[in-house]
Design a protein around this ligand. Structure first.
Ligand code: DC
Length: 237
C-alpha cells in the first residue's frame, strides 16, 4: 500500500491539499486530526477531563469512530453512530483537542487505527506525527508551513463562511497556543521528519500547492520506477 504523509501546524493547508491530492490519485484521505477531535468531543460529552486517565481508558475502549468519504470529496465522521462532522470543528472542541491528543493512551489507540487503515488502503494521511511516528516508512512525506498571520486569516474566513463572528486576535492567540502545545508535548510532538519535504504555503494558492505536491509525487514515482523498486511503484487508477 502507498502512504503519502502530510504533516504541519493548524491551518497550514494540510486538509485541503490532502483532500485534493487524494481525490486526484484515487487514494483514501485520512484526516487524523478529525480522529483526535472525535475523541475530544466524546470526552467532553461524557464530562471527562484529560486528567482522569482510568475513566478515559474505559471510554476509549467503547468508542466507535467511523469515517465515510463523501461524494464531493470531504468525509463524514460518526461517533458511536451519531453524525459529528460539524461538531468536531466547534471552537470549544478546537480549544480542548491539544490536551486530549497529548495523552499517550489516546495516541496509542488512534495510531493503531491509523496503521490499520494504512494497511488496507492507499492513503493520503494528514496530521502532526504521520511522517515521524505513524508511518515512518511512508513513500512520500510533506511538511506544510505558513506564516501565522496568513494561517489566522484562513481560519477567520472559514469561520465567516460558517456564519460565526470571529476575532482575528483570538484566532492568532489560539493558533499560537495550539502550535506551542502540539510542538512541545512529550509524546509524538509536531515535527518535520528528516526525510520530509517542506512546503511553505504562505503565498501559494490552493491549486498551486496541490500541483506542487502532485508534481513531487510524480517525480518521485519516476525515480522509483527507474530504480526498479517495483514494490514501491503504483498507478493512480
Ligand atoms: O489538524 P487538526 O487541526 O484538525 O488537528 C486537531 C488537533 O489534533 C491538533 O491540534 C493536534 C491533534 N493531532 C495530533 O496530535 N496528531 C495528529 N496526527 C493529528 C492531530
Amino acid at each position: 500500500m502507498i502512504v503519502i504523509a502530510i504533516d504541519g501546524p493548524a491551518a497550514s493547508g494540510k486538509s485541503t491539499t490532502a483532500r485534493l491530492v487524494a481525490q486526484e490519485m484515487g487514494f483514501l484521505h485520512l484526516d487524523t486530526g478529525a480522529m483526535y477531535r472525535a475523541v475530544t468531543l466524546a470526552c467532553m460529552q461524557a464530562g471527562l477531563p484529560p486528567e482522569e486517565s482510568a475513566r478515559l481508558a474505559k471510554l476509549l475502549a467503547t468508542l466507535e469512530i467511523q469515517f465515510q468519504p463523501e461524494a464531493e470529496g470531504g468525509q463524514s465522521v460518526r461517533l458511536n453512530g451519531s453524525l459529528v462532522t460539524e461538531d468536531i470543528r466547534r471552537p470549544d472542541v478546537t480549544r480542548q483537542v491539544s490536551a486530549y491528543s497529548a495523552l499517550p493512551g489516546v495516541r496509542e489507540s488512534m495510531v493503531k487505527l491509523q496503521r490499520q487503515i494504512g494497511q488496507e488502503h492507499d492513503v493520503v494521511c494528514e496530521g502532526r506525527d504521520i511522517g515521524t511516528q505513524v508511518f515512518p516508512d511512508a513513500q512520500f512525506k510533506f511538511y506544510l508551513v505558513a506564516d501565522l498571520k496568513v494561517r489566522a486569516q484562513r481560519r477567520f474566513e472559514e469561520q465567516l463562511r460558517k456564519g460565526l463572528k470571529p476575532s482575528i486576535e483570538t484566532i492568532i492567540a489560539e493558533l499560537e497556543k495550539r502550535d506551542r502545545e502540539d510542538t512541545l508535548r512529550e509524546h509524538s510532538p509536531l515535527k518535520q521528519a528528516d526525510d520530509a519535504m517542506a512546503v511553505d504555503t504562505t503565498t501559494l494558492t490552493i491549486p498551486a500547492q496541490v500541483e506542487f505536491v502532485l508534481s513531487k509525487i510524480q517525480a518521485g514515482r519516476k525515480k522509483v520506477d527507474q530504480t526498479h523498486r517495483t514494490k514501491e511503484t503504483w498507478t493512480s487508477q
